[in-house]
Write a protein that binds this ligand. Structure first.
Ligand code: SF4
Length: 459
């Protein structure tokens, strides 16, 4: 793009509004923040009103079959808008655009879409918009090279919490997951670039940073001698950031070095989200998860040894093809033993394009539902048990704003990532770190009352 092109682009878009709808995970949210940053740089402003936008962006997810159906369904609204305002530019991006059959469907059935690109092509947006301004028809920016582009403009959605993707892609090929086919191979950002960004975020006043990756703790595997534990240790030296979190870890890369760094505490929050998926070695092998239930338990026990009050949450899939009642019982007994602080629980849904979708012994829905309800019942008991440990204690809370249900109640999270709803008679705002007296406990949240501002690091 020449400077003249950039000037022409800005004069065309300046003052106009854009609308971004994000589907899926936090990595997609961070990608949408980069898309917003690029559009802001063109002199545009964000709007939550899709009808007021000159540029409409759907940043798609393809993790489950029905995600695609939902997005194509939502596109119906946009077709109506485009009919009324033909100059509106419609953009489809994200993981769905990395699947040939979806691109073919857009080209044949959704001709009102102007621009498509994949998760690794965001940096091309100014050039693609410029081409759209000067050419008709669908502009396709989908590339097959998985580059790491630094210093893209970013408009963070929250002013107190910043997302930072530090590693892209996944090499694990869990048999039920489409991510490696749409987000490419693992590639880590250079440590100096990540640390430079974290320092900048701290200086800009962000209290919390969430380090992101499909497998965040695989970070650095493409370097000689610098891994995720090293990065976390260096990041913990950035005092301007009160809270550092990371998501999503893979058990095969969760070593004692990492847990020892977490045990140093400081601004590293005592919360580890570690997807277990199943408690049966036979099912873990069918899932191609590359660890055993015993190895998983070793990690949890070591983590609790070096960080006694650590919060451990997980993901569990019920009804994986071939899962027998005894396999499921192993999952329940491992949960009984570990007593997770919380868990995201899923019923298996076959994802076209993954090995698991074509596996024999698909579990009938009624069997899957019955197992799912037993699993959720057990986990809810453990989650409530975990919350009860905080009753009549003082918790340090990073304020996220007013709670969803009331304009008199604030919401925020503890270092262990527990949601707290609390009353407060003082003027507080999002990003403040306060002490809250926990007065009652619900399964998925705590209730309390404001005590005082916390001048500490919020840990
Ligand atoms: S680790 Fe497995 S589940 Fe996670 S993104 Fe990679 S393939 Fe998917």
């Amino acid at each position: 793009m020449t400077n003249n092109n950039l000037v022409e682009l800005r004069s065309f878009f300046a003052g106009k509004k854009y609308y971004v709808r994000t589907y899926g995970c936090q990595l997609n949210e961070n990608d949408s923040e980069k898309i917003s940053g690029i559009l802001d740089e063109q002199g545009m402003t964000n709007t939550d009103n899709i009808n007021a936008a000159s540029v409409i962006v759907f940043n798609t997810c393809t993790i489950r079959e029905n995600a695609n159906d939902k997005i194509f369904g939502n596109l119906g609204i946009v077709k109506g808008i485009k009919r009324k305002s033909p100059d509106v530019i419609v953009i489809l991006c994200g993981c769905m655009m990395k699947e040939e059959h979806n691109v073919t469907k857009v080209k044949s059935k959704y001709k009102f879409v102007d621009l498509i690109f994949g998760p690794s092509d965001i940096y091309k947006l100014p050039a693609l918009l410029f081409n759209r301004m000067n050419e008709g028809g669908l502009i396709c920016g989908i590339g097959d090279e998985d580059l790491i582009i630094e210093d893209l403009p970013v408009t963070h959605k929250k002013k107190f919490r910043a997302l930072s993707t530090i590693i892209y892609g996944c090499n694990n090929f869990c048999s039920y997951c489409i991510v490696p086919y749409v987000r490419g191979r693992e590639r880590s950002r250079a440590p100096e670039d990540v640390l430079k960004e974290l320092k900048m975020l701290g200086d800009q006043g962000f209290k919390e940073v969430m380090l992101l990756g499909q497998n965040v703790n695989s970070y650095g595997k493409d370097f000689d001698s610098y891994d995720f534990a090293d990065l976390l240790s260096d990041a913990s030296k950035i005092d301007a950031i009160s809270r550092i979190r990371f998501m999503t870890s893979h058990p095969k890369d969760t070593d004692r070095k990492l847990l020892d760094v977490m045990a140093n505490g400081g601004n590293i929050m005592p919360h580890l989200h570690l997807p277990m998926q199943s408690g049966s070695d036979r099912v873990l092998a069918l899932m191609n998860r590359k660890y055993s239930a015993g190895q998983y338990l070793d990690i949890v026990e070591y983590a609790r040894k070096v960080i006694p009050d650590i919060s451990i949450t997980t993901d569990i899939i019920v009804g994986f093809p071939g899962e027998k009642e005894e396999d499921f019982s192993e999952t329940l007994s491992l949960m009984e033993r570990i007593r997770f602080d919380n868990a995201f629980t899923f019923m298996f849904s076959p994802r076209k394009g993954t090995p698991a979708a074509d596996m024999d012994d698909q579990i009938p829905d009624d069997v899957m539902r019955e197992r799912f309800s037993r699993l959720v019942k057990l986990q809810n008991k453990c989650t409530l048990e975990s919350g009860m440990k905080t009753l009549n204690t003082v918790q340090t809370v990073l304020v996220e704003g007013l709670s969803q249900n009331s304009d008199k109640v604030y919401a925020g999270r503890t270092p262990h990532n527990r949601l707290v709803n609390f009353t407060c008679d003082k003027a507080i705002e999002e990003g403040d770190i306060v002490d809250v007296d926990i007065t009652s406990v619900k399964t998925f949240s705590l209730n309390g009352r404001f005590l005082s501002f916390n001048s500490g690091n919020g840990g």
